[in-house]
Ligand binder design. Structure first.
Ligand code: SF4
Ligand code: SF4
Length: 338
């Protein structure tokens, strides 16, 4: 089977990737074939520097059992303790100067630390830099003693870079971007420098509960089985990512499908979301929802906050809610004319 993707035009490759119709194993094979075709397999041309990290990105990678073995074989994954000047000055300097550099986590800002200088040198000689995961991509809450990766390493150099955010970042995003880089160069980026092919559509647009969202069929409490999770604080309306089609755990499921609202983990606003937090409900205006039901939900929610405190679940329009909560009137079409 030809998995080199050479038979695909760039447009079709991007379309297939965006639609989620190329699996992780196929992306791995494609990358392998193209790396080998470029005769760069003797020394992996992809260098992955891991800084201080929670390891959350590894969690995403372990979701796909084939991935770690593939990484070991074709990537040069280096913890800070292994980073040294020898690699930059080795006989393989041609390879070193054409490598794709992945930066994950946070790195020291101590100018006297050899690691600090080496990373700057690595960035300058790289063909392209990928900032993997939220720490590297967004640089928020950087603790004392560490760099904001983008501002301190990339703003003042010509090396192109892109971001693959998320908690965790999705392995398919990494593989898709690497394939694109090898075959066609830098993909189109959005305003946050994320690849547009993965970060163009809101989660809601491809969510299985989209019709529930529009028709006002909302889940009222955690554990209720069917319906849209908007009332539980789902950030799907303001989050661009591919989770509904790519899923997690080896493509078996994703957050909303198992009843957990999307927390917008790949957005720059995560986890604060303008003060709402991960589970605060978006206003209908922020969610840009043109729905009669949702326009009235904020009114309903104000009343239900008191009821919820008393142990009564949030009130909403739902097949499971056979009648409105006593004493509270549901919106009617006449309300629209007021
Ligand atoms: S708000 Fe959440 S659950 Fe509802 S349609 Fe959007 S992504 Fe799906
Ligand atoms: S559904 Fe939302 S919270 Fe879940 S992984 Fe995707 S972007 Fe993150």
């Amino acid at each position: 089977m030809d998995t080199s993707f050479n038979h695909l035009t760039r447009r079709n490759f991007v379309k297939c990737l965006a639609a989620g119709s190329i699996s992780v194993p196929i992306l791995m094979k494609g990358l392998m074939q193209n790396l080998m075709a470029a005769e760069l397999d003797t020394r992996p041309p992809i260098i992955w520097l891991k800084g201080q990290t929670s390891g959350i990105h590894s969690a995403g990678i372990w979701n796909f059992p084939e991935f770690p073995g593939f990484l070991d074989r074709f990537f040069r994954i280096m913890p800070p303790s292994d980073i040294n000047r020898d690699f930059l000055q080795s006989d393989d300097s041609e390879v070193a100067s054409s490598h794709i550099l992945i930066l994950e986590g946070l790195f020291t800002d101590d100018p006297d630390d050899i690691l600090n200088a080496l990373i700057k040198d690595f960035v300058v000689v790289s063909r392209v830099v990928i900032l993997l995961g939220n720490d590297a991509a967004y640089g928020k809450h950087v603790p004392e003693g560490f760099m904001d990766t983008e501002r301190n390493l990339l703003h003042h150099v010509e090396t192109p870079y892109l971001k693959l955010p998320g908690a965790p970042a999705h392995p398919r995003h990494l593989l898709g971007v690497l394939n694109h880089l090898v075959l066609y160069g830098l993909p189109e980026l959005d305003i946050f420098r994320r690849p547009a092919l993965f970060f163009s559509d809101n989660i809601c647009e491809r969510c299985e509960y989209r019709s529930d969202f529009e028709t006002g069929h909302f889940v009222r409490y955690h554990g209720e089985k069917e319906g849209c999770l908007y009332l539980l604080g789902c950030k799907g309306p303001v989050t661009k990512n591919t989770c509904p089609i790519e899923k997690w755990n080896g493509t078996s499921s994703w957050c909303v499908a198992v009843g957990s609202p999307c927390t917008g983990c790949s957005e720059p606003a995560y986890p604060v979301h303008g003060g709402l937090g991960m589970y605060g409900q978006l206003s209908s205006r922020d969610a840009s929802i043109n729905s009669f039901f949702v326009r009235h939900l904020e009114t309903i929610a104000k009343g239900t906050a008191v009821l919820t405190a008393a142990g009564i679940a949030t009130h909403a329009i739902s097949k499971r809610a056979s009648s409105p909560i006593k004493g509270q009137r549901m919106p009617t079409l006449e309300d629209e004319d007021e």
